[in-house]
Design a protein around this ligand. Structure first.
Ligand SMILES: NC(=O)c1ccc[n+]([C@@H]2O[C@H](COP(=O)([O-])OP(=O)(O)OC[C@H]3O[C@@H](n4cnc5c(N)ncnc54)[C@H](OP(=O)(O)O)[C@@H]3O)[C@@H](O)[C@H]2O)c1
Length: 246
């Protein structure tokens, strides 16, 4: 039997972080602002997140699977605030790290360099690309819980997984703008939620919190909130309408 959706328990999905007008429901410990973001994965999303966070003032250390020498053109385009590295080095250099690789590559993400750090997880499950993963097919885990298990001492937060890569730098607006696009965050760690919400706001997005990670299926592929443009109110509705299995 399918679970979730209209008939299941109705939590007010999710907590509203639209603009800066609402106070987060959970009290998160204060965190300092990182200067350097490590990005593991330099494809559509990795390169676009790099463009966005560099424009917001961060430094970036970015990696792919083939080695830094293959990222010369991207780094030249990104400018002096970016450098290419191995995944290990990008993980070490980043005070916060973005993991944005195909799901089938999660096991190769270096663990030790990411220990204790906030890790933004953009990953989605495409069985056509990643192969069948029974626990996902049966609704027994989520993609972000898989990364959290792989990185047991990191603070994984699902982010940027339900926006087409091009929109990250184009569909942005200042806080408080009517019709501002909203993106979901989900984590087992309040400080990771706090960071992602703040980063979204800096880049031009509202945020809706669908924590903990065990609830992050609500924003996975083929759910109503997946890759559609939505405001915070619309995103909350779509999260509430999601079924546990698509
Ligand atoms: N495309 C979108 O609009 C979008 C939107 C939201 C979420 N996502 C999800 O975000 C993730 C990334 O998507 P994408 O579209 O950016 O993929 P992509 O364009 O195929 O890029 C994947 C990147 O990951 C790198 N990579 C693969 N294995 C690696 C490893 N073991 N270590 C380090 N880097 C590795 C690849 O490097 P090489 O090229 O050197 O192999 C490449 O730079 C996926 O899970 C995707 O489903 C995508």
């Amino acid at each position: 039997m399918r679970t979730g959706g209209q008939g299941e328990r109705r939590r007010p999905w999710g907590r509203d972080h639209a603009g800066k007008q609402n106070t987060p429901a959970r009290v998160a410990p204060a965190m300092t602002t990182p200067n350097t973001i490590g990005i593991i994965g330099a494809g559509h999303i990795g390169s676009q997140v790099a463009r966005a966070v560099i424009a917001a003032g961060y430094d970036v250390v970015i990696a792919n699977s083939r080695g830094p020498e293959t990222l010369t053109d991207l780094v030249a385009e990104l400018g002096p605030k970016a450098r290419a590295a191995t995944a290990e080095d990008a993980g070490t250099a980043g005070e916060v790290v973005v993991v944005t690789v195909p799901l089938h590559a999660l096991d190769s993400i270096p663990v030790e360099p990411l220990a204790g750090k906030i890790v933004l997880d953009t990953n989605n499950y495409y069985y056509e690309r990643d192969g069948r993963i029974d626990d996902l097919d049966q609704g027994e885990t989520t993609t972000s819980q898989m990364l959290q298990e792989h990185l047991p001492t990191s603070k994984v937060v699902k982010a940027f997984n339900h926006i087409p890569f091009g929109d990250i730098t184009t569909d942005t607006a200042p806080a408080g703008s009517p019709n501002r696009r909203a993106l979901a965050v989900s984590s087992d760690f309040p400080e990771a939620v706090e960071f992602a919400v703040r980063l979204y706001d800096e880049l031009g997005f509202d945020a809706v919190d669908v924590s903990p990670l065990s609830e992050s299926w609500r924003v996975e592929r083929d759910r109503p909130a997946y890759v559609v443009r939505q405001t915070a109110a619309e995103l909350r509705e779509n999260l509430a309408a999601a079924n546990r299995l698509p």
